[in-house]
Design a protein around this ligand. Structure first.
Ligand code: F6P
Length: 327
């Protein structure tokens, strides 16, 4: 109709959902400020979809997002909601959004959060936009997710410290990193840390070969090893026991866990979050909904939320090969 959107959105809602990640605050700031500057009103929704169902909704102004671009975590807090996972929950959520005059919802989260946002649009017709906020970097349609750079960097800083001990005490270290079903963090970290082995859920791993390599290395006088295991591929403590019994060499394990999710976001994550946040508002202004915003080869990339499902890291095999080659 002459390109005029008669139902123009006047107020947008924003929430963070699933696991927090460094850079989410930068995204919240960008969406909020960009929208306010364009004359839209902004509602900050606390505790993800769970808080939405409990009507934990606050009016946001410029000051609401002051001094957060450099902070880890999310000022909106986040949660995983069982009630929202059901369609009845989504129906209730739409009623609440409408009651608060919210015409579009920006969801910052991982693939689980995206599924909810996609269904809100596809089944219930409620305008949603997704921003990829997860350290796992496992979402289709984007080269990077908000938080993944910082998580890898944080893990590397920890592993550098572990390396000092591994080398001084002549040990094998098994380091478990996060990533849910994805081996992205594991292969990035193993490559960046100069690890000898990496074990990921997407590929089968030859444990016998690893043991032979360790024994052969030991014969040659090698004194320390770093083995990175993705949480989805195995448990570091079990692996340490197995490695010790099969090689006769002393080993220790470290589970980096939630350390990887916290801390000051790196520049890359802040910049990515800021660019994607602004694009989310632009899409809403254009009346384009049910979209996921990402970055491909440093250009903004927009795909349908329903297609922004779980993806495998495209350099997985080449990274694993390189780690093996440089071992
Ligand atoms: O999706 C991010 C992530 O940190 C995964 O890497 C991990 O499997 C999961 O969240 C842990 O979730 P929680 O903090 O709920 O234990």
């Amino acid at each position: 109709m002459l390109g005029i959107n008669l139902n123009k959105v006047k107020r947008i809602g924003i929430l963070t959902s699933g696991g927090d990640g460094p850079g989410m605050n930068a995204a919240i700031r960008s969406v909020t400020r960009f929208a306010l500057n364009e004359g839209l009103k902004v509602s900050g929704i606390m505790r993800g979809y769970e808080g939405l169902l409990k009507e934990e909704i606050e009016d946001f102004d410029h000051r609401s997002v002051s001094n957060i671009i450099n902070r880890g975590g999310t000022i909106l807090k986040t949660a995983r909601s069982k009630d929202f996972a059901e369609d009845a929950g989504k129906e209730a959520a739409v009623k609440i959004l409408k009651k608060h005059g919210i015409g579009a919802l920006v969801v910052i989260g991982g693939d689980g959060s995206y599924k909810g946002a996609a269904r809100l649009y596809e089944k219930f017709g409620f305008p949603t936009i997704g921003l990829p906020g997860t350290i796992d970097n496992d979402i289709n349609g984007t080269d990077q997710t908000i938080g993944c750079h910082t998580a890898v960097h944080t893990a590397l800083e920890a592993i550098d410290k572990i390396r000092d001990t591994a080398h001084s005490m002549e040990r094998i270290f098994i380091i478990e990193v996060m990533g849910n079903r994805s081996g992205y963090i594991a292969v990035e970290v193993a490559l960046g840390a100069g690890a000898e082995e990496v074990i990921v859920p997407e590929r089968t791993f030859d444990y016998d070969k690893m043991v032979q390599d360790i024994k052969a290395g030991h014969q040659r006088g090698k004194i320390s090893w770093m083995i990175v295991v993705a949480e989805g591929a195995g448990k570091a403590h079990e692996l340490a026991t197995t490695v010790t019994s099969m090689t006769g060499l002393e080993s220790r394990f470290v589970v980096l866990g939630h350390v990887q999710r916290g801390g000051t976001p790196l520049g890359q994550d802040r910049i990515l979050a800021t660019r994607l946040g602004a694009e989310a508002v632009r899409l809403i202004q254009k009346g384009k909904f049910g979209k996921a915003v990402g970055i491909l080869q440093d250009e903004i990339n927009v795909i349908d939320l329903k297609d922004a499902t779980h993806k495998e890291f495209r350099h997985l095999d080449s990274f694993i090969n390189l780690i093996e080659t440089l071992n």
